[in-house]
Ligand binder design. Structure first.
Ligand code: UDP
Length: 453
């Protein structure tokens, strides 16, 4: 691979975790640092490669990890992390060693890795290279994950109904039912192993959060307090700071923008459960009727594979459904989400509350309906609905409530208040990325730190 010469500051290697929600912020951070004069190499697992042609300024270094989808297909998400790290560590080190041999004059200043791709920390340490951690989820969910280590695990994972509504001691606003792993039924050893890896900073020089001080001040302060003396930078929302090259691993259907152009302002509810969450067929059908009965126009991302255990697409929808919603509903496989949320016709977002989706909605001032599935999504949902008050959480079960929730958000005065809250947050976040704002300043401080390593 030909390394593009550094434009000024030197050379950084970024190591993403091979999932959309992790790849996106890593590429966005790479764009920001490239704009600051660093040349960039993205060292990525080969079995899920980003689209190199969308990022002509970066070098892409595929790691020959010998993995394929079938190695991880039937494993839970936490076991997948362990497999990917185990398989990637040696080939990552080999690839980086070759890269450095190829051009010894192109000094690697630092390896920046997604916290879930923790094998990169070991590689950096072996190679005597400085490293920095990128955390792609919210600081609040991270604090909640770490709190699990101090709880009697058998009571809260999986969750005991008797304590589900109680607040977790030491966690601001989070109930036991909101804890990231409360619906985890896998091997607790795997979970503790993962927490052991990601909760420590070890040899890395700093932690970067794709977050905003205004949104998560208390959690960020708590983290800083727990890690006194370590550099922590909240530099988000990264998509707001970075130029807008597409980071999608899937092909975006842009026809939905033409459809949105024909809809009234703030009338459309946009529905997407992100790139990983799945549902039962019965849930999909209930969601379909909830959307249809709300009588609100909707744009719905139905990913092929959204129904658990099936690779099909809209084949699962009830007979006659597409005719029923004609003109009022638009269904796509994958949307240009940031463009959709920025469109004036979109007035609400029914989301699984992945952290990228949450930040993207806040940045466009779009209030939300929260249908979290697992992991950090439940903490994010709690923040959206209870702390920031810019959304409605679908609590007990979900689908039959969808129709009511959509009406509450899109038609009732209560929804109007949430829209105002979302608009106010949008302004605060904008201030943080404008010149002199907290995230803007943190990026500059980060550049200084990297140059000092
Ligand atoms: N996304 C997209 N098109 C879609 C659905 C999602 O581009 O149809 C993007 C979305 O903008 C976000 C990412 O996929 O940046 C999903 O990340 P998130 O953290 O919200 O959820 P995850 O997929 O990791 O569960």
């Amino acid at each position: 691979m030909e390394i593009q010469e550094a434009q000024g500051h030197g050379h950084l290697v970024l190591v993403p975790y091979p999932l959309q929600g992790h790849m996106t912020p890593t590429l966005q951070l790479a764009s920001i640092l490239h704009s600051k004069g660093f040349s960039i190499t993205i060292a990525h697992a080969k079995f899920k490669s980003p689209k190199a042609f969308d990022h002509p300024d970066f070098n892409f270094l595929p790691v020959a990890e010998n993995l394929s989808e079938h190695h991880i297909a039937n494993k839970d998400r936490i076991a997948q992390v362990s497999i990917i790290n185990t398989k990637c560590e040696a080939p990552l080190q080999e690839s980086l060693t070759n890269l450095i041999k190829q051009k010894p004059q192109s000094r690697v200043n630092c390896i920046i890795y997604d916290t879930v791709m923790y094998c990169a920390e070991a590689v950096a340490s072996n190679m005597k290279l400085p490293s920095i951690i990128l955390r792609t989820s919210s600081a609040s969910s991270f604090i909640a994950y770490c709190a699990i280590l101090n709880l009697p695990l058998e009571d809260c994972i999986p969750l005991k109904e008797s304590i589900s509504q109680e607040l977790v001691p030491g966690l601001h606003s989070i109930r036991f039912k909101d804890l990231p792993a409360s619906n985890y039924f896998g091997d607790l050893k795997d979970l503790l192993n993962l927490l052991g890896h990601v909760s420590k900073i070890k040899t890395s020089s700093a932690v970067l959060w794709n977050s905003v001080d205004y949104l998560e001040h208390d959690s960020l302060a708590q983290f800083q307090q727990q890690n006194e003396g370590k550099h922590c930078f909240s530099i988000g929302p990264l998509h707001g700071m970075a130029p807008t090259a597409s980071t999608s691993l899937l092909t975006e259907d842009t026809d939905c923008i033409t459809w949105l152009d024909k809809q009234a302002t703030n009338s459309v509810i946009y529905v997407s459960l992100g790139s990983v969450a799945t549902m039962e067929e019965s849930e999909l059908i209930e969601m379909a009727w909830g959307l249809a009965n709300s009588e609100q126009p909707f744009l719905w991302v139905v990913r092929p594979g959204l129904v658990r255990g099936s690779a099909e697409w809209i084949e699962h929808l009830p007979e006659g459904y597409l005719e029923t919603i004609q003109g009022r509903g638009c269904i796509v496989k994958w949307a240009p989400q940031k463009e959709v949320l920025a469109h004036g016709a979109v007035g609400g977002f029914l989301s699984h509350c992945g952290w990228n989706s949450t930040l993207e909605s806040i940045c466009e001032g779009v209030p939300m309906i929260c249908r979290p599935a697992f992991g950090d999504q439940k903490v994010n949902s709690r923040y959206i609905s209870y702390v920031w008050k810019m959304g409605i959480a679908l609590e007990n079960g979900f689908n039959r409530n969808i129709e009511t929730a959509i009406r509450r958000l899109m038609q009732d005065p209560e929804g109007q208040q949430m829209r105002q809250k979302a608009a106010a947050l949008k302004e605060k976040v904008k201030l943080s990325i404008d010149k002199g704002g907290t995230s803007y300043n943190s990026v500059n401080n980060l550049v200084e730190l990297i140059l000092s390593l």
